[in-house]
Ligand binder design. Structure first.
Ligand code: SAM
Length: 445
């Protein structure tokens, strides 16, 4: 009992000191943190006191979250480690922001536990004029990594252009309308169009993290309300010209606005009125507008041809359904669920950690390659020609290369073009036997 009393007296004494330090002198945070670490280590009656007990009994003037921060920062930076920072004039508050930011990064899987706290502290100290919160700091770090990666990627693309001029002629950093206009009439088997849909991020009731904060690219041309629909209609007009008699248009629809009357009537008017609507069930509902009782879990894909004949003879024995979900695709293509199920996925961060991907390598609009392959196998044969008019990350082109289809890639946005082209370059190298300059996928543009 006596021992318990002595131990309690020790805790009490330390807590009195903490009270004085924090009440009288705010700059005593470091010292208070150290004393809290000490007080929490003392065993009273064989047990150490929890922070909650310490606070209730001895430190009622302070919020538990504040005490917890004091203690955690003191633990993360014991006196010997903090010395060099203090020499540079770093404050306890800056160290605290840095520590919490590092925790956020680790939780979001954009940093590992091996990441040095010192880097975070230096960053906060250098930027001390700005208002920094731990989460903002995390976003800054991701953005910085993304910008660096964009620069590297642009250099790689320049190099690829020099090495493979012929092959690169099939990747067009142009508006698809300019490319479509130059193509021969009735020369294409599939026009694949995943156009931008307007105002995707403008919903104020949307309750989920902005994709940029997860290191995902969101660049997109023609994404305003007055541009998105006219572009889709122009693509349909051009597709009607360049498609072979049995050719098909694959048109992704906005999940919030499927089957717009302008789209359907133009397809009919231009003789592409045989339409098979498909649903891609993403297995990951989008939070979208929380004021509305429904969320969007599917995206609609219209597959339009001139007549039923255009679709006959293409059945490959796999999944005759209009729902593309994990089951269908898994059966048909050994769908890699872990990687492809969620275009916006945590697995991305793991890939970053393993050094297989870099920030900015993923785009918010990226479609899974297996969806592309699935569609290709239903609509084309080997050596058929596919044009991806809104190419972005190049997922359809990856599918084309793997399934031996000829291809044309168009993307007007430079950031996305660089993303797509460097991926296509990697795929060309990965798929054995295909050397860019040997490939005769040269549909003249
Ligand atoms: C929804 S994303 C396509 C995503 C793509 N299917 C993928 O899996 O990566 C639409 C893309 O179309 C591009 N775009 C917009 N207008 C365009 C145009 N006139 N010509 C070519 N690309 C365009 C945007 O910059 C954006 O990258």
């Amino acid at each position: 009992m006596a021992d318990k009393a002595t131990q309690e007296a020790k805790v009490l004494k330390l807590c009195e000191e903490i009270n004085t330090l924090l009440t009288v002198n705010e700059s005593g945070a470091w010292k208070a943190g150290d004393l809290l670490v000490k007080a929490s280590a003392i065993k009273v009656g064989g047990k150490t006191l929890t922070l909650k007990q310490l606070r209730e009994k001895y430190l009622p003037n302070f919020a538990i979250s504040y005490l917890s921060q004091l203690r955690s920062t003191a633990e993360a930076l014991p006196p010997a480690k903090r010395k060099k920072h203090l020499k540079k004039g770093v404050t306890w508050h800056e160290c605290e922001i840095a520590r919490r930011s590092r925790n956020h990064c680790i939780k979001a899987e954009v940093a590992t536990k091996e990441d040095s706290l010192d880097d975070y502290i230096d960053y906060v100290h250098i930027n001390k004029g700005k208002t920094l919160s731990p989460k903002k700091l995390m976003r800054d770090r991701i953005n910085a990594a993304t910008v660096d990666n964009r620069k590297t990627r642009a250099l790689q693309v320049e190099q690829l252009k020099k090495e493979y001029p012929n092959w690169m002629n099939n990747c067009h950093n142009l508006s698809c309308l300019d490319v479509l206009e130059k193509l021969e009439k009735e020369s294409i088997d599939v026009v694949y169009a995943d156009p931008p849909y307007a105002a995707f991020f403008k919903n104020e009731n949307r309750k989920c993290a902005e994709p940029e904060s997860k290191g995902l690219e969101t660049a997109c041309d023609s994404s305003t309300i007055d541009m998105a629909l006219p572009l889709t209609l122009d693509i349909i007009r051009q597709a009607a010209k360049v498609l072979k008699p049995n050719g098909k248009l694959v048109l992704f629809q906005a999940s919030t606005e499927p089957d717009r009357p302008e789209v359907i009537s133009l397809l009919r008017e231009l003789g592409l009125g045989t339409i098979f609507p498909m649903y891609w069930k993403k297995s990951q509902p989008q939070p979208s507008d929380f004021a509305i009782p429904f969320s969007h879990e599917t995206e609609r894909i219209l597959i339009a041809g001139r007549n039923r004949k255009a679709f006959q003879g293409f059945y490959n024995g796999k999944g005759r359904t209009d729902v593309l979900d994990d089951n269908v695709i898994a059966n048909a293509l050994q769908y890699n669920m872990e990687y492809e199920k969620q275009p916006v996925s945590r697995s991305f961060y793991r890939e970053v950690q393993r050094g297989e991907r870099k920030y900015g390598d993923r785009h918010f609009f990226e479609k899974p390659v297996d969806i592309c392959k699935f569609l290709l196998e239903k609509l084309t044969f080997e050596d058929d020609t596919v044009i991806d008019v809104c190419g972005c990350t190049g997922s359809m082109i990856e599918a084309c290369i793997e399934l031996n289809r000829r291809w044309i890639y168009c993307e007007s946005n430079e950031t996305n073009y660089n993303l797509g082209v460097s991926r296509i370059g990697e795929v060309m190298e990965r798929v054995a036997g295909i050397k860019p300059e040997d490939d005769d996928a040269s549909v003249s543009a």
